[in-house]
Design a protein around this ligand. Structure first.
Ligand code: UFG
Length: 343
């Protein structure tokens, strides 16, 4: 039997590249579409170094319906994993139209083409940002969706609604929304990882760049929150565990195992860690000090959120396997590789 073909939009990015290698590991044929706006061609080499197979790659913008139609027509994908999106919260406040164009139009293009070409299922990258500051922790999928605080967050909510309405209209495909918590780390081989452009906005790349001496010190954004040590709490999940959640989700869609046409899963570890705890765990796991100071709160930050992943554990048979130490070690190995290229 021919391997099933999965179209991975944004497959050259951080989560997309890790998902590609996990899909390949279980025999899927991966076709990547990515405009390289936040990645580069070297990612293909990293993927091949791990899996031995270079995926088919098109440098195409997912909003380009004509170019995308040719790709759907040529490859007739069985399923789609839609990662391609702009993801910087701060930038989205400055450039809302760019965010709405990139994040909403590209989804509509995929859904229209899936209908046209009879694609069986879509896995969509959503985010725990849809919960805002939940009243009850850990947060379940039943928690209310709160008004978004940025165009980025709003675009994720609107995308979830677009998928819900499309499924409700009776299309022939099914959908799974994965609400990610905070992905960190890199593939243990350090062949692929996160490639932040410019000054990192997220905690882990800023932390590893500080440990590597690229940044002078890390600022902890606030230590006066209502948490045990005063710093914010998140559910940090190893990116390889997150990638594997996509594989079980696409297996479920293509194996017609989904009991509902639309399913939603939290993808987190179920454990919260504070910013200060994370710095100390990194120092212990790697033996490298992270110069840091306490600064003011960052506007718009959620105080604390972590997942109740019970539904994903039970229904998908998936659970996060890596410890925080392992995830942080892998992030450090990757940072060392990109700081000191071998040649
Ligand atoms: N933090 C610092 N110093 C830094 C950077 C971050 O203390 O230099 C803190 C933040 O205040 C926060 C925690 O580290 O408490 C994590 O911050 P990140 O920016 O890494 O992640 P966020 O939880 O803010 O955001 C992430 C994704 C967003 C997504 C959001 C909610 O980056 O895309 O989760 O889903 F919208």
């Amino acid at each position: 039997m021919n391997p099933k073909r999965i179209l991975v939009t944004g497959g050259m990015g951080y989560i997309g590249s890790h998902t590609t290698v996990e899909l390949q590991a279980v025999g899927y044929d991966v076709i990547i579409v990515d405009n390289l706006s936040n990645s580069n061609r070297d990612v293909l080499k990293g993927i091949k170094a791990i899996s031995g197979v270079e995926p088919t790659f098109y440098q195409v913008d997912c909003n380009d319906q004509q170019a995308m139609r040719e790709i759907y027509d040529r490859h007739r994908p069985d399923g789609v994993i839609h990662f391609a999106a702009s993801k910087a919260v701060g930038e989205s406040v400055e450039k809302p139209l760019l965010y709405y164009r990139n994040n909403i139009l590209s989804l509509i293009v995929q859904l229209e083409l899936m209908k046209e070409f009879g694609t069986k299922g879509i896995v969509f990258s959503s985010s725990c940002t849809v919960y805002g500051q939940p009243k009850k922790l850990p947060v379940t999928e039943e928690a209310p969706i709160l008004p978004a605080t940025s165009p980025y967050g709003n675009s994720k909510q609107i995308n979830e609604e677009i998928i819900r309405d499309t499924i409700h209209s009776g299309v022939d495909f099914r959908a799974i929304l994965l609400r990610y918590f905070n992905p960190i780390g890199a593939h243990p081989s350090a062949e692929i990882g996160e490639l932040p452009l410019g000054v990192p906005q997220n905690l882990i790349p800023y932390l590893t760049q500080t440990a590597a001496g690229i940044r002078k010190e890390l600022t902890v954004f606030g230590d006066d929150y209502n948490t045990p040590d005063g710093s914010c709490i998140r559910d940090y999940i190893h990116v390889v565990d997150l990638a594997k959640a996509h594989v079980v989700a696409i297996d479920r869609l293509l194996g017609a195992k989904a009991t509902e046409p639309l399913e939603v899963f939290n993808i987190g570890t179920g454990r919260g860690a504070s910013v200060l705890e994370l710095i100390h765990t990194f120092e212990e796991a790697t033996g490298v000090k992270v110069p840091h100071k306490i600064g003011p709160r960052r506007e718009g930050d959620i105080e604390q959120v972590w997942a109740d992943p019970t539904r994903a554990n039970k229904v998908l048979g998936w659970s996060a396997q890596s410890t925080l130490q392992e995830a942080l070690k892998s992030a450090w190995k990757w940072q060392q590789k990109i700081t000191k290229p071998e040649n």
